[in-house]
Design a protein around this ligand. Sequence first.
Ligand SMILES: [Fe+2]
Length: 334
Amino acid sequence: MSLIPNINPKNAEIIEQFGAEITALSPLGVSVEGVDLSAQDSPPDSVLRALEMEMAQRGFLVFKNREQISEDDFLRASCWFGGRELNSTHGVHPATPGGNRHIFRLSNDPTHGIPGVGPQWHNDGSFLPDTFSHSGYHIIRPAEHGGGTEFAHQGAAFDALPEELQSYWSRLSSVNSNSGVVHPLVHEHPISGRKSIWLHLGMTGAVIEKLPDEEGFRLLDADELKELCHTYNDILNDGFDKGYAISFEYQEFDCVFIDNLAVAHRAAATAHMPPEKQGLRIMHRSTVKGMQNLAPGFGLPQHASIIGPSPYGDGVWEGGGVGFRWDDGIAMRN
Ligand SMILES: [Fe+2]
């Protein structure tokens, strides 16, 4: 079995009939050509559903635009997917065009955008019960010497885990360090149906274990949580050798949409190097409302009060900021 399924020929045909074309990137992702993101009318529903399905299976789409699209074009296209409306929870950088609150402007130069975001594997919006269904990354200016985004497929990563970890992780739920929102460490993807792992390596305050053979819960202690985060990091990193992760470099005018429940992402190390060395990088991010809560199992509540005493006994229970520091030697940032 392929780790990442091939493009479904039916979806390719629907998109071809519309006059566009999709091509698989290796080993994951899909390149889209011939869809005009600046057109006022959106493509028919059948085309959007085919694109959404490919995103769920292969992680992300890259629209290869022939010229730069506007902020409005980018935000309109973001609403083609998932919850089909924007959910913008971020701060607005002063250089954001028109002060548009739906654009999260990122850069390696703080005068142009917010620097240093997302150095560790994560999914966007993990402080929300429903997270974001999709995120968009519109490159305004790719850095001359590279500075892209890395993506790892969380369904393929689950399959790559040894069986005993698959079963152990399926009993775990993470608690967001900022909001106290609780998410399962393993969930079934709503579109692909694929079991997928899910953890934020820069915003987790606790992990709750459902006891294996009896009722009740316990918290992971510091050593256990450290090991879990390292193993999670390693299994996603393994994807570069094993064919389920990619280091993606943006080209001029690229517009990327990701299925935020199918792939984890992080900024490549080069993305945060100074503009004098790397060239100036500017990117706009959009975030799309989730379709349903990513709800934990075992009767756990969707929220826990992470600021305050642990309701689950001893163990790591750390509210605020980046949460639990699982490695002292790395940059952590939400
Ligand atoms: Fe992110």
